[in-house]
Write a protein that binds this ligand. Structure first.
Ligand SMILES: CC(C)(COP(=O)(O)OP(=O)(O)OC[C@H]1O[C@@H](n2cnc3c(N)ncnc32)[C@H](O)[C@@H]1OP(=O)(O)O)[C@@H](O)C(=O)NCCC(=O)NCCS
Length: 159
């Protein structure tokens, strides 16, 4: 079940579970701050549909996606993370599907994500890029200097 939240304190817990991807404290704090600013989509394991916009205990949240929309026709996945023991169970795909449905309904045409580029050796992010490709994203360009220490790959998907 994917719901939207007005606010979430779930992101911090999930990021702490995934140090290979979010090991730098500075970024974790940035993401937790972002959770207060951006629309939150959360995957919850519950039979109770609840209501969008309500509060959910952090323990019930299995995955979180933060959406950054700067322009009327495009949006960016700012953060996506699924609890480790639930990887590869379709949660990431479900979060993405719900976000895409909402964006299409608003007339948004392009969804992007920035992730670690392939020129940095990192088996975890090989899997991340495989996930985005499976969701229909295409690599556009790797930017060596956009981020301080790591190459940034821009991936996009037409909605
Ligand atoms: C990347 C992530 C969000 C994917 O979520 P998920 O719920 O595990 O992924 P799904 O089960 O929905 O996978 C959908 C498809 O993506 C692909 N995929 C997912 N994980 C993969 C992996 N480890 N290796 C290869 N392909 C993978 C598969 O094609 C999969 O479909 P299939 O299982 O039917 O073959 C999750 O693994 C995660 O939190 N990773 C760590 C954090 C991260 O990388 N966040 C993104 C940073 S930019």
């Amino acid at each position: 079940m994917v719901r939207t939240l007005g606010r979430s304190d779930a992101a911090h817990d999930i990021l702490e579970e995934l140090p290979e991807w979010f090991g730098i404290d500075r970024f974790t704090h940035e993401y937790v701050d972002a959770a207060a600013r951006f629309p939150n989509y959360v995957a919850v394991a519950t039979e109770d549909p609840g209501v969008d916009g309500g509060a959910i205990p952090a323990d019930d949240v299995l995955g979180v996606l933060l959406l950054d929309q700067r322009y009327p026709t495009s949006a960016e996945v700012h953060l996506l993370a699924v609890r480790r023991k639930h990887h590869r169970a379709g949660i990431g795909r479900s979060l993405m599907a719900r976000v895409e449905e909402d964006l299409r309904a608003q007339g948004v045409r392009l969804l992007s994500v920035k992730t670690l580029g392939p020129s940095a050796y990192d088996p975890g992010f090989d899997q991340t890029r495989a996930f985005y490709r499976a969701c229909g994203f295409h690599p556009v360009e790797e930017f060596p200097d956009l981020w301080a220490d790591d190459p940034c790959l821009l991936m996009v998907k037409a909605l």
